[in-house]
Structures are given as structure tokens and as C-alpha cells.
Ligand binder design. Structure first.
Ligand code: UDP
Length: 324
């Protein structure tokens, strides 16, 4: 089996590449290194079954060849991180929509199965938790750029479902909730690497808003297991699945836990959203997945809980101080 992973030098993609290689698959990664990093895959480069193309997925000539040579496609390349998305909305929309369009058109040409990484952002600011795949989406106005990310990923989902319905492409959609683990960078906004780094450096730990917003954090290995299982489940084709962890924590409590586990003397500071992002920024108060559909389809059950996740991330940053 040969897998093409778009965005394979990114945080989730590199863990997926590692797992597939370990079980004997061939892996080809395409990544433009916009947010992905060569260091994420250097340890894989000596493996003769690993191939890396440093290129954008919008390069159709290169993508045509890579898609024709693979058996399945894990499409993970996308604009990531709320901070990046607020700063660069043009790039976000173009990268997500045009990139996925390219992948799907080529998947249709060569009839390849595609797993698309989507996001819990598509639920928007709905507060009717836990979110089920068929729930309504609740979004803010187009003048607030955060919602462009939600919409661009929703278009990706629409496109994937349309290519399945109209052109017979085998598409599967996984909606990822906050995924964390070693190699995730805090550079584009993600809260856990940020707070851990701040705690280890003895800098103030920045908690945005009132800190009472709730998130559920999933360990990257659980996401990788789910992605591979979904890809290998024919009944999953044409369907959307939440992949996450069912237990939530407020960001204030999260910061407290990180402070305690690192033994840090950092102070915790509340930063207003408009200072952290932009004027009028809207955050989600609560975000919790209903996981029953994935559980029924692939027996999905996240294995690593928050405390263990934090320990692993802390160890990663302690041993890779230069990582940021
Ligand atoms: N957040 C925070 N401090 C930071 C970075 C993020 O309090 O330094 C908050 C952010 O406003 C959000 C939550 O932590 O409410 C999770 O943020 P992240 O960007 O990791 O993911 P999101 O859930 O926003 O996609």
C-alpha cells in the first residue's frame, strides 16, 4: 500500500507518516513547509519507503504524478492555527478551498480513496454540546475573519461529499477536535504548546478571555489510529466523523494544570481577545464532540487522557528546547 499524505511534514501528518511506515506501507509526503517543518520528518528520510516532495499541493503537475503513483490519499494540508487564520484570511481561504479542490479533481481522475481532515470549527459557535455530525452550524458574520476558516473547511466537506455523490470518488471526512502532542508548535496560536513553553520559560502564561471557555484535547496518536481505521473501512466512505476526546476542561484549569505539572513559577495573566487576536474576535465558549458515530463505525475510543498528554508535551519541550 502506498499512501500520499498532503501536509505530511506537519504535526499530525508526520505522526501519520511514521505510523504507516512502521507497519510497512510506502509513504509519499507533499508539504510546502509553510507551517510544516523538515525537522518533523528528518528521522524518516533514510527509510527507502519514504519519499518527500517539498511543493505546494496547488502545483497540479507534481500532484498529478503523486496521486497517480499512490493507492490512497490522506489530505491534511491546510491553513492551521487561529492566529494565522485571523492574520492571513486570503491565504486561509485559497489554501483550503483550492488545495482540496485540486486533490479531489485528481482523486477523481485516478479514482483514489481520500480521507479529508476537517475541523470542529465547522460547528462554529453552537453551544449545543456534544456536537453531532448532523447538527446545524452556527456562524458569525463575514466581517469576522475567523469564520472564513469554518466556511473554507465546510466547503471542503461539501466538495468531498459532492465528488463522492456525483463522480464516485471514495471520500471520507474526519472532523478533528483540538489535537495535541509532541511536534505541535505554539507559533500559530495553539494553546497547549504555548502555555507549556511559557511555563517552562518562566514567562507569564496567557489565558485569553475569561478563561472559562471549554475545550477537549485529543492525543495525536489517537487521531492517527482513527484516520487509518477510517481509511480502511469501506462503509465509512461518503460519511463525516467527529474524532476527538469527550472530556472537556476550561482553559483556566488547563493553565493551572500545566503550571502544576511543570512546577513553574509563571504567573497567569488574562488577555482580552481583542488584544490576542483582533477587535471583535469571537471565540467558541464550549466545544465537545459526540463520538458515538466513530465508535460504532471503527470502535473509536481515545486512549490517552489529558494528564498523560500534558506530561508528554512537557517532556517534548524539555528535550527539544530549540523546537520553537
Ligand atoms: N488560548 C489561550 N491562550 C493562548 C492561546 C489560546 O487562552 O495563548 C485559548 C483560545 O482563545 C481558545 C483556546 O485557548 O479559547 C484553544 O485555543 P487553540 O488556538 O489551541 O484552539 P481553538 O479551540 O481556538 O481552535
Amino acid at each position: 500500500m502506498k499512501a500520499l499524505i498532503t501536509g505530511g511534514a506537519g504535526f499530525i501528518g508526520s505522526h501519520l507518516a511514521e505510523r504507516l511506515l512502521a507497519r510497512g506501507d510506502d509513504v509519499c509526503v507533499i508539504d510546502d513547509l509553510s507551517t510544516g517543518k523538515l525537522e518533523n520528518v528528518t528521522h524518516l528520510r533514510d527509510n527507502p519507503r519514504f519519499q518527500l516532495a517539498v511543493e505546494t499541493i496547488l502545483n497540479e503537475t507534481v500532484m498529478d504524478r503523486l496521486v497517480s503513483e499512490c493507492d490512497v490519499i490522506y489530505h491534511l494540508a491546510a491553513a492551521v492555527g487561529v492566529e494565522l487564520i485571523v492574520k492571513s484570511p486570503v491565504e486561509t481561504i485559497e489554501r483550503n478551498v483550492l488545495g482540496t479542490h485540486t486533490v479531489l479533481r485528481l482523486a477523481a481522475r485516478y479514482l483514489r480513496r481520500v480521507l479529508i481532515a476537517s475541523t470542529s470549527e465547522v460547528y462554529g459557535k453552537s453551544e449545543s454540546v456534544p456536537f453531532r455530525e448532523e447538527d446545524d452550524r452556527v456562524l458569525g458574520p463575514t466581517t469576522k475573519s475567523r469564520w472564513s476558516y469554518s466556511c473554507s473547511k465546510a466547503i471542503d466537506e461539501f466538495l468531498a461529499l459532492a465528488y463522492h455523490k456525483e463522480k464516485g470518488v471514495e471520500t471520507i471526512i474526519m472532523r478533528l477536535f483540538n489535537t495535541v502532542g509532541p511536534r505541535q508548535t505554539g507559533r500559530y496560536g495553539m494553546v497547549i504548546p504555548r502555555l507549556v513553553k511559557q511555563a517552562l520559560d518562566g514567562r507569564p502564561m496567557t489565558v485569553y478571555g475569561d478563561g472559562q471557555q471549554v475545550r477537549c484535547f485529543t492525543y495525536v496518536d489517537d487521531v492517527v489510529t482513527a484516520a487509518i481505521k477510517l481509511m480502511e473501512t469501506p462503509k465509512a466512505v461518503g460519511e463525516v466523523f467527529n474524532i476527538g476526546n469527550g472530556s472537556g476542561i476550561s482553559i483556566m484549569d488547563l493553565a493551572g494544570k500545566i503550571k502544576q505539572l511543570t512546577g513553574s513559577k509563571s504567573e497567569m495573566v488574562l488577555v482580552p481577545y481583542e488584544k490576542a487576536y483582533e477587535q471583535g474576535f469571537e471565540d467558541m465558549r464550549i466545544r465537545v464532540p459526540d463520538l458515538s458515530k466513530a465508535k460504532k463505525m471503527i470502535g473509536y475510543e481515545p486512549k490517552i487522557e489529558l494528564e498523560e498528554i500534558l506530561q508528554r508535551v512537557i517532556t517534548h519541550f524539555r528535550t527539544h528546547r530549540e523546537a520553537e
